[in-house]
Design a protein around this ligand. Structure first.
Ligand code: SAM
Length: 319
């Protein structure tokens, strides 16, 4: 039997407060996971509300289907990336929505399933494949990437997505190791990381950063986030709300900058007498600083530790 889906929703009350949901609302949960945020959203929007729920992971969608069954046909579960939200809304005939939630990254359930390869656990490393795809039908596994990316590309991935000290040294070590045999299991990658002696002096095991970087690259997470934010802003009606939960700095920076740019609108140089860039204010910021979990929430759910929640409201520029 498949293990029970377990994921505690992070910053649940705070996310709902930012979304300011009303009965009848049409809401998108772009990352439904096990459906805990979704269930709370459905409670808030009442029997006439509608939830469009996306996930890349078919196991998450199966779990969400069970969790959200009591809400019947008020929920539409769709196997898709939130980067394709615009196309999906056209396909299902929904021109505008009242709120969009994105709870980024991986669920606890994905992390806890050894077969998915998101985590390195010493005891199962020999039989854990280097997979890391959120979408089980995705084209590229971590093993594929480690086999095909150039040493320069691997160094960039470890530096930019993992902030890893010794990124190039590790990339070269992988280049040498794969000349002998392709890297297939978590153990084989852990051995190369150990031998390359990277990431010294940091609190976390260097493999944490390497695994995070590979996961981001395998799932093209940062580009998907840029596109997803754009689609979400486009989809919101005036007064509609966006809430995004990020779990690492590169993600949070993208959310912060995208909201800041949409709040600013115009990018003409200072002292330009009239706007020539054609930019328009599209959002009103709701969180000057990101909302973070309380010490109590972190104690109860250590995986919430790095969460950063930001929100904004859609405005329609005066013409
Ligand atoms: C942190 S979990 C969400 C948990 C959820 N809020 C809950 O209450 O159970 C993140 C989920 O987003 C999914 N995901 C990540 N990137 C995605 C994307 N680009 N499009 C759709 N789903 C994505 C993952 O597969 C995972 O199930």
């Amino acid at each position: 039997m498949a293990p029970r889906f377990s994921h505690r929703p992070v910053l649940l009350d705070e996310s709902l407060a930012l979304l300011a949901l009303r009965p009848h609302a049409v809401v998108v949960d772009g990352t439904v996971g096990g459906g805990e945020h979704a269930a709370a959203i459905l409670e808030s929007i009442g029997p006439d509300g509608r939830l469009i729920a996306l996930d890349l992971d078919t196991a998450a969608l199966e779990a969400a289907e069970q969790r959200l069954r009591p809400f019947g046909d008020r929920v539409e579960l769709i196997h898709a990336s939130f980067r394709d939200l615009g196309r999906i809304l056209v396909e299902i005939g929904v021109p505008q929505v009242d709120a969009v939630l994105l709870d980024l990254g991986v669920s606890s359930h994905q992390l806890d399933q050894p077969g998915r390869g998101f985590r390195f656990a010493e005891d199962s490393a020999d039989r854990t494949p280097l997979d890391m795809r959120m979408d089980q039908q995705g084209p590229t596994t971590a093993a594929d990437l480690l086999g095909s990316a150039s040493v320069d590309e691997l160094a960039r991935i470890f530096r930019e997505f993992g902030d890893l000290r010794g990124a190039r040294r590790l990339a070269r070590a992988i280049g040498e190791a794969r000349r002998r045999a392709p890297l297939r299991t978590t153990r084989e990658l852990l051995d190369v990381i150990d031998a390359a002696r990277v990431g010294g002096g940091r609190r976390h095991h260097p493999a944490t950063r390497v695994f995070q970087a590979l996961r981001i690259a395998v799932n093209d997470e940062l580009a998907a986030l840029e596109e997803g934010l754009e689609s979400a802003i486009d989809a919101l009606r005036a007064g509609g709300r966006l809430a995004v939960l990020a779990y690492h700095s590169a993600e949070d920076r993208i959310v912060k900058n995208r909201i800041r740019d949409a709040v600013r609108g115009c990018f003409c140089p200072p002292r330009t007498p009239i706007c020539i860039c054609g930019g328009a204010v599209r959002l009103r910021g709701l969180t000057r600083r990101p909302v973070v979990p309380t010490p109590d929430e972190v104690r109860a759910n250590p995986r919430s530790r790095s969460a950063r929640l930001r929100g904004a409201e859609r405005v329609v520029a005066a013409v």
